[in-house]
Structure formats: structure tokens, C-alpha cells
Ligand binder design. Structure first.
Ligand code: ATP
Length: 409
């Protein structure tokens, strides 16, 4: 059954029978998530002197998984808290299926919230933890049993209902925390670093589970993390936040391939950054003088304002290690973007080999990511590092403390 746009649940019993049906395996089936509109959200906390959110706007499609990613203090949690109704904006609106819920209190929004600390009741079993919110709302016992059983099956804990939180692994506890929000049948799941407390292996496993669960239920998911790998693995789209604003929003692939700023480029995967100055441009390319030599970038991959295209403008050249080839001698023919460097390290990483090249001062360098073969390259010897003009970005130079993470180590 399709949900009516604009429906907001009250604290009354969940609409289990109308909206969710139990499959033969006792799994929950849901009819979809809500569309969310964030419109010009601006927020300054009373005790704070910084603007936590500054004109944040985004539209999230029903069933979409959107991650807010950014460094500490960028405003990620503030977005989530405004969405949940735990804070209210100074300006702007939150729409749920087109309906303004900006002033609606948290318990009247159809949203489940999961935080990093699972906040389970230690003296209650898994089943009781999930049943409690429904008991408080005086849902009939038979409905509670049916709903909790179905939800525990959904998170694959159907046979763990009698356990206490202390008898569960971190991943299982987090699944109970998720299950507890699903009993409300939310159209939206809000998650703030929910996997932050888990070790790497379990975290990766839970990422997969979370994504599968979200896709199965069709719920709209808003996720907060500062971990770019997690964001890439989970999301349909990522909003990269910085200083209370969305710097860029797009699919993981789009952000990786077409970063609009040095900050975003540095947040995804590894990136070589080489400082330089513009020497000129023609109809095809921007020319940049760097400590390693002259580099050209196609006009399409130059993210420069007209003012920064003038000779002498400080810029940063950026190229992905996997776009850099390295050979003992320069390639035949054109010498464009071919840098004569000294091989400092060769690092074998299983399927790949990283080759680190440095310039004369050894302060600036380029990392190439190659297949395992590299027999003609030797540590301490000269080599040519070359990369295509069309894969070379040029960004306005960022102050050192504002660059994104992710430079090749
Ligand atoms: N209750 C509050 N009172 C005052 N300032 C606050 C409050 N909550 C957040 N801030 C400030 O608002 C800004 C954004 O905080 P927010 O928690 O949204 O960032 P974040 O990106 O989630 O950071 P983190 O990754 O560290 O959790 C920060 O400068 C923070 O110090």
C-alpha cells in the first residue's frame, strides 16, 4: 500500500496492519520512504558563536540513502538534529513529503534515529527493548508480538530475542538499536555514526547489512559519518559539508571523478596535490608552473574562476595516483605532463604497486598506482611520471588547514 504524501504519525499505535505486511519468512515489507526537502536551513546555537548551518538546501528522494560527510564541526549532526526535530532552525524549513514539519516535535515525525551509542536498556532482553516503545503507547500485546518478531527477523536476530544486551556483540547490539527504531515503521532513518564503535571488519560487514536492509525496506536514510570509505560504500549520494554548508552533493562516482574543489577532491580516495602558479591558458588547456615542471590541465577539469586564470595566480594541480604512469625513461612523442622525478619508494600493496616520486627538493612529489609489474623502476633512480591532460585538475589554492583529507601517504 502506498503511503499518503504528508502523513505524519502521532504517538498512537504504529500503522502495522495498514502499511507493513509480514512475508512468509516473518520479514517486514515496507512500501517506501519519504521525500525530504531541506530548504535554506540556517542554525546558530545559543551558546555558540559559529553558524553551525548556513543556508543548507537539499532534496532527498524517497528510498534514497544520503550521507552527510565532512570534518568535525562541519555541521553534519546539526542537519540530522534539525531533521529529527531535536533542534529547530533559525531560518529555513524541513519538508516531509511536501509537508512542512519544521515545528513538529520529534515524536510526531515519522523518523527513526540511531546513534553510535546503542542506548539499549541493559536490564531488558532484546525482545523487551524492542517491545518497550510500543508498550508505552499501549499497543495491543498481539500486535506488539507480531511487530517485534517481524522486525527482529528483518535484522536477522529472530533467535536472539531472549538475550540481554551484555550477551551480544557490538554489531548485534547495533542491529537491536536499528530494530527498535523499525518498530515505529519510520519513513526515514536518521543515523549518526552508527558503526563508529565497531572494529574494521565488523564495520564493513554491518555496512553491507545496513545497505541491504535499507534497500529491502525502501526507507529513506540520512547518514552521518566522517569516514569517506563508509560514505562511498553506502550512499546513493553524498553531501560533502564544510563550515556549515554543503560544498558539493552527488553520487560517489561523481564526487570522485568530478570534484569541484580541492577540499572535495581530497576527501575521496587518494589524490596527488602539487602547488603551482598559472602561467597562461589557451582554448584547450591551463598551463601551470610547479616545482616539478610545467603541467597542463584541460579547460574542462580546471576549476578556476576567471580571476584565477591570470598569470601568477596560486593554484593546486591534482591527479589521481591511478591516472599516473611511471616508466624508467620518458614516453616517446609528446612530453606533456611528463615529470622527471626520483623514485623514493616502491610499495607493494597486493594487487597494486605504489611508486613515490620526488622532485629535486624532495618536498613535493607524485605517487603513481600501478599494476604489480614494474620491473624497470628502481628505488633511488630517475623515472618519468606522466599523466593525461584530461585527468589533471586545477583548483584554486586552499589554505593548508582547509584542504580535504586523503592525500597519498
Ligand atoms: N549545542 C551546541 N551548542 C553550541 N554549539 C554547538 C552545539 N552543537 C554543535 N555546535 C557547534 O556547531 C558546529 C557544528 O556542529 P555539528 O555537531 O553539527 O558538527 P559535526 O560535523 O557533526 O561534527 P562532529 O563530526 O565533530 O560531530 C560546531 O562548531 C559545533 O561546535
Amino acid at each position: 500500500m502506498q503511503r499518503r504524501p504528508g502523513t505524519i504519525t502521532s504517538t498512537s499505535p504504529p500503522e502495522s496492519d495498514r502499511r507493513r505486511s509480514s512475508g512468509s519468512g516473518g520479514e517486514t515489507r515496507d512500501s517506501g520512504g519519504a521525500e525530504i526537502d531541506l530548504i535554506s536551513l540556517t542554525k546558530t546555537y545559543e551558546s555558540g558563536d559559529v553558524r553551525a548551518l548556513d543556508d543548507v538546501s537539499a532534496r532527498l528522494a524517497p528510498g534514497e540513502f544520503v550521507t552527510f560527510l565532512g570534518p568535525s564541526g562541519a555541521g553534519k549532526t546539526s542537519v540530522l538534529r534539525l531533521l529529527a526535530g531535536l533542534e529547530f532552525p533559525d531560518r529555513g524549513q524541513v519538508l516531509l513529503n511536501g509537508r512542512d514539519v519544521t515545528s513538529v516535535p520529534p515524536q510526531r515525525r515519522e523518523m527513526g534515529v540511531v546513534f553510535q551509542d546503542y542506548a539499549l536498556f541493559p536490564h531488558m532482553t532484546v525482545y523487551q527493548n524492542c517491545a518497550f516503545p510500543l508498550q508505552v503507547r499501549r499497543v495491543p500485546a498481539a500486535t506488539i508480538r507480531q511487530t517485534v518478531d517481524a522486525v527482529l527477523n528483518t535484522v536477522q536476530l529472530g533467535d536472539h530475542g531472549d538475550r540481554y544486551p551484555a550477551q551480544l556483540s557490538g554489531g548485534q547490539k547495533q542491529r537491536v538499536a536499528i530494530a527498535r527504531t523499525l518498530v515505529y515503521e519510520p519513513q526515514v532513518l536518521l543515523m549518526d555514526e552508527p558503526l563508529g564503535a565497531l572494529d574494521k571488519n565488523l564495520r564493513e560487514h554491518m555496512q553491507l547489512e545496513l545497505r541491504q536492509l535499507q534497500q529491502r525496506l525502501g526507507v529513506t536514510c540520512v547518514y552521518v559519518t566522517h569516514d569517506q570509505d563508509e560514505a562511498m560504500a553506502l550512499s546513493d549520494r553524498i553531501a560533502v559539508m564544510r563550515d556549515g554548508r554543503i560544498e558539493q552533493m552527488g553520487s560517489p562516482r561523481d564526487l570522485y571523478r568530478n570534484p569541484r574543489s580541492q577540499f572535495v577532491a581530497g576527501f575521496f580516495g587518494k589524490m596527488n596535490f602539487i602547488p603551482g602558479e598559472v602561467t597562461g591558458s589557451d582554448s584547450d588547456c591551463v598551463h601551470v608552473d610547479t616545482e616539478l615542471g610545467v603541467v597542463r590541465a584541460s579547460r574542462e577539469s580546471a576549476r578556476l574562476s576567471q580571476g584565477s586564470l591570470t598569470a601568477g595566480a596560486p593554484v593546486t594541480v591534482a591527479v589521481r595516483p591511478e591516472k599516473v604512469s611511471v616508466t624508467a625513461s620518458p614516453p616517446r612523442g609528446t612530453a606533456v605532463n611528463s615529470l622527471a622525478l626520483t623514485v623514493e619508494y616502491i610499495r607493494y600493496a597486493g594487487a597494486f604497486t605504489y611508486v613515490d616520486g620526488v622532485g629535486r627538493t624532495r618536498e613535493t612529489g607524485v605517487v603513481a598506482c600501478k599494476g604489480p609489474e614494474n620491473s624497470d623502476i628502481t628505488t633511488g633512480e630517475p623515472a618519468a611520471f606522466h599523466f593525461p591532460v584530461e585527468n589533471t585538475f586545477v583548483f584554486e589554492r586552499e589554505p593548508a588547514d582547509q584542504r580535504g583529507a586523503g592525500k597519498p601517504e
